[in-house]
Design a protein around this ligand. Structure first.
Ligand code: SAM
Length: 239
């Protein structure tokens, strides 16, 4: 697999190991998420529409969706009229994202690359859903996203704590997969168990973003991920 080289701290071997894990998961990925059902998509579309308007106004924007996976957010944002690039380190996930965009009849530019080394392209918005926990150097990645944004551009992040003992015990069928993944990549990921809104706020501050604004209340409970600390926050680049 060829990926653009990492800048900053992340170990390129760790990034490749993570991408390999997601390649292996790609075929089953969409089945695990309630949000992929049409009602869930509609709820997330409303969240993206209203959160993006609150952060940046109603105009069509240039958006980079990092760790786009099977294209969930990228395709929704394209449906909302934005010009979207979806980036992922896993070629298998991107293949499914392409098919999803075709099926939904929207145009998205797809890019196989590393979240720690995004193109500097004056984006208005960087989005990232359920990705920071799976990065070897989330702080370095956020700094790279800040550099990729135009001044006053914004980031919109959804994440939470996923792999607590309580959650793993509640989903015993996921344990073998989780243990296998942890052995493959978890030791290289500082937030493998997940990330809280408080940790997120500190990461955003160090990367040069302003105070985070919460948006998770825009999503009905039935489509939220099963995490006590589920959050969706937006923050503007400072300076
Ligand atoms: C949990 S999935 C989230 C996918 C999608 N954002 C969603 O909301 O369904 C995490 C995604 O991050 C991608 N990813 C992990 N590390 C990455 C990296 N260093 N650079 C780019 N993408 C990465 C994985 O390949 C995977 O597609």
């Amino acid at each position: 697999m060829t990926l653009s080289p990492c800048t900053g701290d992340p170990d390129p071997a760790a990034v490749v190991a993570v991408a390999r894990t997601w390649n292996a998961r790609a075929a089953r990925y969409d089945r695990y998420y309630r949000s992929y059902a049409e009602a869930g998509r509609d709820a997330w579309r409303v969240l993206y529409r209203d959160a993006v308007r609150a952060l940046l106004g109603p105009e069509p924007l240039r958006v980079l969706d990092v760790g786009t996976g099977t294209g969930f957010a990228a395709v929704l944002l394209a449906e909302l009229g934005h010009q979207v690039t979806g980036m992922d380190a896993s070629a298998q996930m991107l293949e499914r994202a392409r098919a999803e965009a075709m099926r939904r009849g929207v145009t998205v530019e797809w890019c196989h690359g590393d979240a720690h080394d995004v193109p500097i392209a004056d984006y208005d918005l960087v989005t990232c859903r359920y990705v920071l926990w799976t990065l070897p150097a989330p702080g370095a990645a956020l700094s790279a996203w800040a550099r990729a944004l135009r001044p006053s551009g914004a980031v919109l992040v959804a994440d939470g704590r996923w792999h607590t003992a309580r959650q793993l015990l509640r989903s015993p069928r996921l344990i073998p997969g989780a243990v296998r993944d942890y052995l493959a990549m978890g030791h290289t990921l500082p937030y493998w168990r997940g990330i809280t809104a408080t940790q997120m706020a500190a990461l955003l501050r160090s990367a040069g973003f302003g105070a985070p604004r919460p948006f998770e209340h825009l999503l009905p409970g039935r489509v939220r991920r099963d995490s006590r600390d589920f959050f969706v926050v937006g923050a503007q680049r400072e300076g």
